[in-house]
Design a protein around this ligand. Structure first.
Ligand code: PLP
Length: 404
């Protein structure tokens, strides 16, 4: 499928908002869904409903096969060495919470340090704070430069404390669009004996993920920013670490044998999948992966880079507009503020013209503080956007400027 055909797969784009054709520039918050994913969801509930890993009847066996086929697809998608290293979660936040809880239980001790960067999403900060507090450990900030890149010298210095046990870093900043050089940073962390978790929530829709190349210990993402359903995501972790980690949630499916006195736990991946999982979501995740692969990351990247370049240069022509985040290596996410206006007011006027953007702190309050702004307007582009969408954004912004 080429990129033009891909756009036609999204029924959400075929509607008017406030009387205008929708321009959806909020894929960083959640992406639209292609018809194939919508069909997979409806097919599941119409014809395939049954629980997995339990029944011997036809639908249950078929459901289990599909569920595990999704795991296999996910394994291949991120080039994971083993299928059982892929754990289905409720999403990015859930995956980070699992690791922060379970990993810290055995790997984190009093006086240890966890590094997070200024550009992390709150869900890659708060779970580590809670884990650190329980253990008497400390969360330490890795600063960024004005351009929105991680300060490498500072990172190196922080790693040399000899106390760092975990580095938790986003692959792509959801606010700045910065693409972090993860393989380089994970190697630096490993050189001082630290583990490394990468938050791939933003990258999975834009670039191929290869856990070997990234050289990380844990990788998390959710399905809903990669054209899939809400409420489901993936945690990949190295087998040797996952095997040492205790269960995060307990109940059905994660057990081997239960007596009232004592329980023995199941093997990976079931050890981390207590209760009935989001079966419909997991099955649709495969449809989302298939959709991405039918277009290919190369075509996606080429297309989005063109949009990013064009949008950046057009936005810069608007007087008083300041782009926040000008890293050399950037994904198609642009945050900006306009002198003398509040992002929220701009967002409302854009909405009236059918242009959907996100305004606010984007769950990155430390980053807002770093740039001394309360909020930004964020336009995040996906494979279904085009240059006309950029033109609509620019003309809507000009109107907003007139009105404000
Ligand atoms: C969206 C996002 C998250 C949180 O994802 P949820 O879907 O809310 O769990 C975490 N990190 C980044 C970088 C994100 O963009």
């Amino acid at each position: 499928m080429n990129i033009k055909e891909a756009r036609s797969q999204f029924p959400a784009l075929d509607q008017l908002v406030h009387g205008q054709p929708l321009v959806y520039l909020d894929s960083g918050a959640s992406s639209l869904k292609p018809q194939s994913v919508i069909d997979a969801l409806s097919q599941h509930y119409a014809k395939e409903t049954a629980n997995v890993h339990r029944g011997i009847h036809f639908l249950s066996a078929q459901g289990t096969m599909k569920y595990e086929a999704s795991r296999k697809a996910a394994q291949e998608f991120i080039k994971a060495p083993h299928e059982h290293e892929v754990i289905f979660t409720g999403g990015t936040t859930d995956g980070i919470n699992l690791v922060a809880n379970s990993w810290s239980d055995i790997f984190l001790n009093k006086g240890d340090e966890i590094l997070v960067t200024t550009m992390e999403h709150h869900s890659n900060i708060v779970p580590w704070q809670i884990a650190a507090e329980k253990k008497g450990a400390r969360v330490v900030e890795v600063p960024i430069t004005d351009a929105g890149e991680i300060d490498q010298a500072a990172y190196e210095k922080l790693l040399s404390s000899g106390k760092v046990k975990m580095v938790a870093m986003t692959h792509i900043s959801n606010t700045l669009g910065t693409i972090n050089p993860i393989s380089q940073f994970s190697k630096m962390a490993h050189d001082v004996g630290s583990h490394f978790l990468v938050d791939a929530a933003q990258s999975v829709a834009h670039m191929a993920l290869d856990v070997n190349e990234l050289g990380v210990d844990f990788l998390v993402f959710g399905a809903h920013k990669m054209f899939g359903p809400t409420g489901v995501g993936i945690l990949w972790g190295k087998e040797e670490l996952l095997n040492q980690m205790p269960p995060y949630r307990s109940g059905g499916a994660m057990i081997k044998e239960v007596t009232i006195e004592k329980t023995t736990y199941n093997e990976l991946p079931e050890k981390f999948e207590a209760g009935t999982p989001h079966i419909a979501g997991v099955n649709c995740l495969k449809a989302a992966i298939d959709f991405i692969q039918s277009i290919g990351y190369e075509a996606i990247h080429k297309h989005e880079e063109e949009i990013l370049k064009y949008a950046t240069s057009e936005l810069k022509k608007i007087k008083g507009l300041r782009i926040i985040g000008e890293a050399k290596d950037k994904a198609s996410v642009i945050s900006f503020v306009i002198e003398g206006t509040h992002p929220h007011d701009i967002g409302m006027i854009l909405d009236e013209q059918g242009v959907a953007v996100r305004t606010g702190h984007h769950c990155t309050q430390p980053l807002m503080r770093r740039y001394n702004v309360p909020a930004t307007v964020r336009a995040s582009f996906s494979l279904y956007n085009n240059l006309e969408d950029v033109d609509r954004l620019i003309s809507a912004l000009k109107k907003a400027k007139e009105l404000l």
